[in-house]
Write a protein that binds this ligand. Structure first.
Ligand code: PLP
Length: 460
């Protein structure tokens, strides 16, 4: 499989470049030049597989000549041995819908599922290619911890993580800052997540700087993360009984990465009916999908901080589809979004979106109410992100099998949980120790030159 950029389809790239670069040099996102589709028979056979073997079948067609099937197989087995469940994820029935728990990895959010694999991809890549790579990544809270856990202690790799100062939960921060590894650097930026993301983007586009430090990215735009995430849509699809009923997913959404992975699974042949894009009050995607206006507003802080995002980077991949894969149109749209701050979707585009996606916005009050009512009725604690996905099904009457992606463990957000149910959500016992560990991070202003200097100083 070959890849192109959403802003220039004339040049092709191999998977290896796509995964190490993250973002194309022209600012566009990588996308397969042409996608495969699994046949109905192939998909039927997937049903018999355990999680790791299914991941091998889904991921292998995407990696081209990066590694052999047997190397991929070893890497996938190794990556998923870091999880507390044999089959990585678990599907739990709660009331009339199912919750797909994706948070049984080392840092308690779904991001571990793709990131553990990526960490091992880097290791493999560097074992053949003698060079040093510096990963720089922005996080709204969960990506950072997952990336650190996947990269810590690996040879010839450093990782710099930018998080918004005071805007991640203390547990989220401790999961990033308490490790003692020489190749891990945490930076708290005086700003919000979009500021962190913009800093990383501008460091990437400064070719002088990014080449000098051999910079690489693991943001949710990284295609390798998207394919790894599409696997659990397949896996969970087979865990529910069908009886000719449609299957819908509700996905707590920020950067449009996880829900895009569901859309990819559908394009690969999985018969998904609708994907609900569930947002908190930072609802740019809800406004885009329900009203046709993609227009950034100010980011507000919520109890679901991993979704406090106004610029959903992966949305560019959907815009590319809506433009019938026209790179010139997509570049123009992205330029407008950057310069004018707005992108309007006409009815034709909205109808096309609504074939696959619906959307919902949840207020803070509604989110707390869902956590409390699910706890009271079923004695089950949803984290605030998952609660948004859970509640979204109440706003759209979809018959069939309704699956909510459970994106984080409730213990990552103890304050919100306490507000909702007046009880504590404890960390899994293996992680209790982080509560007493010293934290290590530097606070830096929202100024790209200062951040670059800081990174260079650390690398001396
Ligand atoms: C990252 C994250 C999300 C949002 O996922 P996107 O891929 O950015 O849409 C939702 N919930 C949790 C807990 C997260 O960490």
């Amino acid at each position: 499989m070959k890849y192109v950029s959403t802003r220039d389809t004339s040049k092709t790239f191999e998977f290896k470049e796509v995964f190490v670069k993250g973002l194309a040099d022209d600012g566009g996102l990588f996308i397969p030049k042409s996608l495969i589709k699994f046949s109905e028979d192939e998909i039927k056979d997937f049903k018999k597989l355990n999680y790791s073997d299914l991941a091998k079948k889904v991921i292998y067609p995407f990696i081209g000549n990066f590694m052999s099937e047997s190397d991929l197989s070893k890497i996938i087995d190794k990556s998923y041995s870091a999880f507390r469940k044999d089959n990585v994820v678990e599907l739990i029935q709660i009331g009339d819908r199912s919750v797909l728990e994706l948070f049984h990895g080392p840092t308690l959010a779904f991001k571990d599922i793709a990131m553990q694999l990526l960490g091992n991809f880097y290791e493999y890549y560097l074992s053949n290619d003698k060079q040093k790579i510096n990963i720089v990544v922005a996080t709204s809270g969960d990506t950072g911890a997952a990336a650190i856990d996947a990269i810590k202690g690996k040879k010839n790799l450093n990782i710099f993580v930018l998080h918004p100062d005071n805007r991640v939960s203390p547990i989220q921060r401790k999961l990033m800052t308490t490790g003692k590894f020489e190749n891990v650097f945490n930076i708290a930026i005086k700003g919000n997540f979009d500021d962190c993301q913009n800093l990383v983007k501008s460091m990437f586009s400064d070719k002088n700087f990014s080449n000098q430090i051999n910079m690489s990215g693991v943001n949710s735009i990284n295609w390798a993360r998207i394919i790894a995430q599409s696997v659990y849509y397949f896996y969970s699809y087979f865990l529910v009984k069908h009886e000719n009923q449609p299957t819908n997913f509700s996905v707590p959404t920020g950067n449009f990465g996880d829900v895009y992975a569901g859309y990819l699974a559908k394009k690969l042949g999985l018969p998904i009916n609708k994907l609900i894009v569930a947002t908190n009050q930072n609802d740019i995607l809800h406004r885009a999908i329900s009203k046709g206006s993609y227009q950034a507003e100010k980011v507000s802080e919520t109890i679901s901080p991993s979704m406090d995002i106004q610029i959903a980077s992966n949305f560019e991949r959907l815009i590319f589809d809506l433009n019938n894969e026209d790179d010139v149109k997509t570049s123009q749209d992205m330029k407008n979004i950057k310069e004018v701050g707005n992108y309007l979707l006409d009815n034709e585009k909205l109808n096309k979106i609504n074939e696959n996606f619906l959307s919902v916005r949840m207020s803070e009050k509604e989110t707390l109410e869902i956590i409390s009512s699910v706890y009271n009725q079923y004695n089950f604690v949803l984290d605030p992100h998952t609660a948004i996905g859970y509640g979204a099904f109440d706003k759209h009457n979809l018959i069939g099998n309704n699956i909510v992606l459970g994106t984080a463990h409730p213990s990552k957000f103890p304050d919100a949980i306490f507000r909702a149910i007046k009880a504590n959500a404890d960390l899994p016992s293996e992680l209790m120790f982080i509560l007493d560990e010293n934290e290590n991070y530097d606070v830096i202003e929202n100024d790209v030159e200062k951040v670059k200097q800081h990174i260079k100083d650390k690398l001396l």
